[in-house]
Design a protein around this ligand. Sequence first.
Ligand SMILES: Nc1ncnc2c1ncn2[C@@H]1O[C@H](COP(=O)(O)OP(=O)(O)OP(=O)(O)O)[C@@H](O)[C@H]1O
Length: 307
Amino acid sequence: MNGNAITVTGLTKRFGDKTVVNDVSLSVRKGEIMGFLGPNGSGKTTTIRMMCGLLEPDAGDGSVLGQDIRRNRRAIKRRVGYMTQRFSFYEDLTIAENLHFVAGLYGMKPKRQVVRDTLEDLGLSSRKDQLAGKLSGGWKQRLALAACIMHKPDLLMLDEPTAGVDPKARREFWDEIHTLANDGLTVLVSTHYMDEAERCHRIAYISYGHLIAQGTVAEVLRNANLTTMIVTGDQVSEAAKALKNAPGVDQIAPFGATLHVVGRDAVALKTSVEAAAKRTGCIAGPAETSLEDVFIQLMGGSEDNMQ
Ligand SMILES: Nc1ncnc2c1ncn2[C@@H]1O[C@H](COP(=O)(O)OP(=O)(O)OP(=O)(O)O)[C@@H](O)[C@H]1O
């Protein structure tokens, strides 16, 4: 196996006459945390399912953990931990009982030891006798993670693992993901949260089935080549009205008492923003472009690709 845990090229999947994943090529290095982003229905789950051997692609090739994604799907499934969007437990069983059940299901041995080690590794030992149904969102997520790393996979596929979980629990969950990656596990994680994208080594952005950006956060920001300005003052809503459809203005978004204005044409944007600020008695200045600005821009630009 080379230094990549995942290398896929041209992955394509159709459902009926709809191409939901279209010519996706992606590589993830061993030990890397790769964030997978994109709007709802853009094809993230379908891509993940093809990469972990659960779904056969209509076109494209690749290898995951050194195994061919078409010929060796069973071998891949054994080495992958997959946390689906809607994982489920027996709510009336405890954490430990749930893990015993999963360990039994997959024939893990020695069962007691495996469960004890997993509880320990994920900081669940002190809660092992709590009923799964009574856990808060963050602890449920941790239990789900425990269940999918119990067989010591080499690759973790996490599909929106922290949806609906509070910021502190999300941060702790991500600390855990980093610990696992430091121990050599490769992680591919889909998310809609920008702060989570920023915690990945690299990110990939998919829209309407097309992979349209890939790289470190800094690279994705740089390649988007956007300029951002902020407008502050008492009349920002007037400034926003003046900027609607103005030359160079691609996005306008209020953030509290300031207006965030983004565009691809730096010169035109600056001219429009400064004129609008002057007219409304506001102040205009430069600002950093955020990852969210980039994704909103990418989303707008790729609608033409919809199948
Ligand atoms: N088994 C299937 N049969 C038909 N259509 C499907 C099937 N699975 C997914 N789709 C469609 O494929 C598209 C991509 O879905 P997918 O779940 O991969 O997107 P996603 O990026 O994971 O979305 P989300 O962020 O909402 O989870 C959607 O339009 C979905 O309705």
